[in-house]
Design a binder for this molecule. Structure first.
Ligand SMILES: [Zn+2]
Length: 740
């Protein structure tokens, strides 16, 4: 199907209405009901996306992208109008097509692979399953509003959403369904099918069907009862004096001080010991190598976990992804790159896109004040960005006060610190994980860094949920010291709003191997690390859905306009003619008469009407990525290119809006393949990478978001001609040429 963004907005809307609601205007159609009164976990998520795919076959597709160690499939739900869009392989015939029976030439592309893509995932860390819910919420809003909401309809027609609600199936399954908090993946397949989270699971010591807590008096314990509500336990360090009675608190059945071992012969417990599992979000190739060796949990080599491998392979096969969001918990803020590298390594243009476009919107959505520096456009740095001064200025302008950010002391071996970047100086809600003050990486092998630096996507990782701010129906809380207050309020709330399923009343219990105490308290999955189900969770999902919708609307939108094919010369008998060009003069030498013959000038203007460029700053230079290209296509045997070639490189089509706080270097300062002036700061690999500007050629003119292209061709007969504009991450669009 031909696609021209000029008209798709309107046509797509009409088509959508016809497809979904039979032509009548209607309110959103929720064919697969979903509520957020509890967590869906792995099983519920898979069930939901399969039902959605069955209910909305024209705009969805389920793809299994891999399997966990315990054989649980990892699914991506694709959301895009399956009947719109085109791809390069639908338009350019193979030269060396093989026709033998049962010979596969090349795997045909899906139409959505020719559309700009946005990836959204959750549940990479198994016990951070709020992101899974945001994914499901986003799916619901997109499919339910398709055909009625013009903006969503346009996005689904023109773009593609790849949504992976559970990246780490074993971790999410154990954390939600089995009730045992598990961050990492599971280390190895079970010999036998894993026991289900029912009564009798070895960890469910008292056999009530859930994993709760056990508290008991212990002079060495590190908890005391909260005065105002003795159901709540308050942490007190061992060396801190207290007049209250000390308690130990353990997760029911979990190895802890004095915990009973699993009965002999019992199946292996579901929750994988963290020491043996892989931290999937430390298992990606970018920055995986720690300076002083391994880091715990990062795996034996990059992508050694089936989960990271599945994601990497999916991205490799879906290079149209330009936006990435990977949801984690908790804290209530968003990380943009880098985790491994200081801000001095981040391209200034991308930093502006992240902070002043996306960050600004994010802060607005979560109700945090926008930094002054982001409101007014900053004066453009004229000096080379890889000069130390320029970097320091750049960093200061972003509100991050690095100390001489140009230094490279981050390469010194230091233990990775889990502390956040100096957030007090920048927005609380918008950060980068690298610790500029201590010059320490946040971690190694992190997906955020890989998706941006190696794949070339605007990657973010939101730490969802701040219990102090986001708990609906509970009073506001000031800080960590208010935790007992929050727990007490949550206990009361869940009694009326959640049927008491989050917190069990303490009951006397003689724990095998420990003795007398009380069993009850929190069910692990309802702890403070994930959004409270119900109104809190739904409100949180709504905010982050809106943010991702905002980001989807920034995607490139390519258009071919003013396409013309004008016949300059025609004859009815010159098939074997030769045409020679000298300046503006064309000389035709006739050969054997054999049919109609024309010389045609083709001109076109192409434009990116989307807000953002078709690549991140260095995107087109990354291995595996490419510039935007336009093809002039007809019958190969009947066309000769007198001026221009079948395809022309266009460089990277910039976005239609100016990036706030960023002034592109003047073209004269960046000669083609230029080094030095205008060069971007060294990339993560340590190599200076020049910002290449495509030189104007007789065939291609223009900069920014527009190019004018021209060809001169000789054509035999009436072979149809078309233009195909193809951008790896900006989409593919086709325009048939009418010869005049
Ligand atoms: Zn996480």
């Amino acid at each position: 199907m031909k696609r021209s963004p000029v008209t798709w907005g309107g046509i797509g809307l009409l088509l959508g209405v016809c497809l979904v609601v039979g032509g009548a205007p209607a309110s959103p159609v929720q064919q697969v009901p979903i509520s957020f009164n509890d967590y869906h976990g792995y099983t519920g998520s898979v069930d939901y996306i399969k039902k959605v795919a069955a209910a909305y076959p024209d705009i969805t597709e389920v793809i299994e992208i891999g399997k966990s160690f315990r054989e649980r499939p990892i699914f991506v739900l694709v959301i895009s109008n399956m009947k719109t869009g085109t791809t390069i392989d639908r338009n350019v015939a193979l030269r060396n097509m093989r026709n033998e029976p049962n010979t596969q030439n090349v795997q045909p592309m899906k139409t959505y692979q020719g559309k700009p893509g946005i990836w959204i995932d959750g549940g990479t860390h198994g016990n951070e399953f709020t992101g899974t819910e945001v994914c499901l919420y986003t799916i619901d809003k997109l499919v339910s509003n398709y055909g009625t909401d013009p903006e969503i309809t346009r996005l689904i027609n023109d773009d593609v959403f790849y949504i992976c609600p559970v990246v780490n199936p074993d971790g999410v399954y154990n954390s939600v369904e089995a009730g045992i908090s598990q961050r990492q993946n599971s280390p190895a397949p079970d010999a036998a099918p894993p026991p289900q989270a029912a009564a009798g699971t070895p960890r469910d010591v008292n056999g009530d069907g859930v994993i709760s807590q056990f508290r008991y008096k212990d002079p060495k314990g590190r908890y005391v009862q909260y005065e105002a509500d003795p159901r709540v336990m308050v942490a007190v360090p061992a060396n801190e004096a207290t007049t209250k009675e000390r308690y130990s608190v353990i997760v029911e059945g979990q190895a802890g001080p004095g915990a009973a071992p699993a009965p002999a012969g019992a199946p292996a417990p579901q929750g994988a010991p963290a020491a043996r599992g892989i931290d999937v979000n430390r298992n990606f190739p970018e920055g995986w190598f720690r300076d002083d060796g391994f880091q715990g949990g990062s795996g034996s080599y990059p992508s050694s976990s089936p989960e990271a491998r599945a994601v990497l392979e999916f991205f490799t096969n879906h290079t149209n992804i330009l936006m990435v969001q990977s949801f984690h918990t908790s804290g209530g803020f968003t990380y943009r790159p880098y985790a491994r590298w200081p801000d001095s390594r981040l391209d200034p243009k991308d930093m502006s896109v992240f902070d002043r476009i996306m960050g600004r919107k994010y802060l607005e959505l979560i109700g945090e004040e926008i930094p002054e520096a982001w409101k007014a456009p900053a004066p453009a740095a004229k000096a080379s960005p890889d000069a130390p001064g320029a970097q320091a200025r750049g960093a200061a302008a972003q509100g991050v006060r690095g100390r001489g950010a140009a230094g490279t002391q981050e390469t010194q071996a230091r233990p990775a610190a889990r502390t956040a970047a100096p957030a007090a100086r920048g927005p609380q809600g918008w950060r980068h994980p690298y610790n500029e003050e201590q010059r320490t990486p946040y971690g190694y092998g992190i997906f955020l860094d890989w998706a941006y630096a190696e794949f070339g996507a605007y990657a973010l990782s939101t730490e969802l949920w701040n219990w102090q701010k986001d708990s609906k129906g509970l009073p506001g809380f000031a800080g960590e010291n208010d935790r007992p207050l929050w727990e007490s309020a949550y206990i009361k709330y869940q009694e009326t709003q959640l049927a008491g399923k989050a917190f069990l009343p303490w009951k006397s219990y003689a724990y095998p191997g420990i003795g007398d105490g009380e069993i009850g308290g929190w069910i692990a999955k309802y702890g403070s690390g994930n959004a409270i189900p119900g109104e809190s969770l739904a409100a949180l999902c709504s905010t982050h859905y809106q943010f991702e919708l905002f980001r989807a609307k920034l995607l490139p939108r390519l258009e071919i306009s003013d396409a013309r094919a004008v016949v300059l010369y025609t004859t009815d008998a010159a098939a074997s003619a030769r045409v020679e060009q000298q300046g503006d003069t064309f000389t035709v030498r006739r050969g054997k008469p054999a049919g109609k013959y024309r010389i045609i000038q083709v001109t076109a203007t192409v434009r990116n009407n989307g807000d953002l460029a078709t690549h991140v700053s260095r995107g087109a230079q990354l291995a595996g990525n490419r510039e935007d290209v336009i093809w002039l296509i007809g019958d190969r045997d009947r066309i000769r290119f007198l001026q221009g070639s079948p395809w022309a490189r266009l460089g990277v089509l910039e976005g239609a809006v100016a990036i706030p706080g960023y002034t592109p270097p003047a073209v004269s300062e960046t000669p083609a393949g230029g080094r030095g002036r205008g060069g971007a700061p060294p990339g993560p690999g340590g190599q200076p990478q020049a910002r290449r500007q495509i030189p104007e050629t007789p065939q291609v003119k223009g900069t920014g978001n527009t190019r004018e292209i021209s060809w001169l061709i000789s054509v035999e007969g009436d072979t149809p001609l078309k233009l195909v504009l193809t951008s790896q991450k900006g989409g593919t669009t086709v325009r048939d040429l009418k010869v005049n």
